[in-house]
Design a binder for this molecule. Structure first.
Ligand SMILES: N[C@@H](CCC(=O)N[C@@H](CS)C(=O)NCC(=O)O)C(=O)O
Length: 338
């Protein structure tokens, strides 16, 4: 009996080591990689995920430029499984993250690089999302950076709204993960390049949304991210006043607006838009968001590509806050300065 047990343990251990060796990850350089050749069928292909902020940004950009592309939806654990650390996907991006834009078989890593690349390689007749004027271009770069999600976001929320987003996303992580079986999260415990993440999801799965206020570290991150987001939105509010709109650079719709659209969309998904731009707060931002949702790229790249688990997650947060005012106060930071 003991021998059988030991053989089973040795077998499982060998399998884990073998599988781990097949799923090695490493950081990838940002931008276009002409030396990497991937199989492709269409000029442009996009590996993306419905929930991922950066994927939404690349999709909005492709929609604005009206560039057709072959879509590969890659699951993250929040939408169903760890497809992003599967052997197949690691061949596309050994970094294990989405989105990846592929042009004629060559990947472009990092969404802020993808939108710049797509805008520069759009077919003739596409809208120009990069202004000719050098000063405006400089401003556009600033607002792209101010909205980008970079490495280690939780520690760098002061730098950009994109980095403040993951902290604000905790409630929807917590509600979406209800739909995901334990064994699927366990794949991440075994193979994910950042073990903290699957352990966080396991904790959310045990604790559920209602008990989030009792998780002091999560609440601290949420509070800090809210504060950081307010600062970024105050800056945007000022910019929209200075530029006189309707867009960040004024008359010219640009990559800066593409990048900010998805920040607002994430606030909608986590049922927090009203916390930042409701009841007369930041009226320029509120009107700006309304204008963004009227562009054809919004339904095309966001609404039509939503995922049932995201919709469940948003609904769950709304219902839980309605049923439990103390939870609402805690998740929305009602006692904070706005
Ligand atoms: N800075 C990168 C961020 C890429 C990234 O972190 N993507 C997330 C989704 S937004 C991801 O794929 N995470 C994988 C995981 O959490 O397992 C970009 O802008 O493309």
């Amino acid at each position: 009996m003991l021998a059988v047990f030991l053989i089973a343990i040795a077998g499982a251990g060998s399998w884990w080591l073998w599988e781990k060796s097949q799923r090695k990850t490493h950081p990838v350089p940002a931008g276009h990689q002409p030396d990497i050749d991937l199989p492709y069928e269409q000029e442009f292909e996009l590996y993306h995920n419905a929930l991922s902020l950066c994927s939404m940004k690349s999709r909005v950009c492709m929609a604005e430029l009206q560039i057709p592309y072959k879509s590969h939806h890659i699951d993250l654990i929040e939408t169903g499984s760890y497809q992003n650390i599967s052997r197949d996907f690691l061949k596309v991006n050994p970094g294990g993250t989405v989105p990846v834009l592929v042009h004629n078989g060559h990947p472009i890593y990092e969404s802020h690089e993808q939108i710049r690349y797509a805008a520069a390689h759009a077919p003739p007749g596409s809208a120009s999302l990069i202004p000719d004027d050098a000063k405006l271009r400089e401003q556009m770069e600033y607002w792209i950076d101010r909205s980008s999600l970079t490495h280690d976001p939780i520690e760098h929320g002061d730098e950009s709204a994109g980095n403040a987003v993951p902290g604000l996303t905790l409630p929807i992580f917590s509600s979406m993960i209800e739909k995901i079986p334990y064994w699927k999260i366990f794949e991440g415990v075994l193979f994910h390049f950042d073990r903290k993440r699957p352990f966080l999801f396991l904790m959310f799965k045990f604790r559920k949304l209602d008990s989030l206020p009792g998780l002091t570290p999560a609440m601290k991150i949420l509070g800090r991210s809210r504060k950081q987001m307010r600062t970024h939105l105050d800056a945007l509010e000022q910019q929209l006043k200075t530029s006189r709109g309707p867009w960040i650079l004024g008359e010219t719709f640009s990559l800066a607006d593409v990048s900010w659209l998805v920040i607002f969309e994430r606030l909608v998904q986590v049922d927090s838009l009203h916390v930042f731009v409701g009841a007369g707060l930041r009226p320029e931002c509120a009107a700006y968001w309304e204008r963004l949702t009227k562009r054809p790229s919004y339904p095309q790249a966001i609404l039509d590509q939503s995922h049932p688990t995201i919709e469940y997650g948003t609904r769950k947060i709304q219902q839980a806050k309605q049923a439990n005012p103390a939870l609402r106060d805690a998740l929305e930071g009602h006692r904070e300065a706005v």
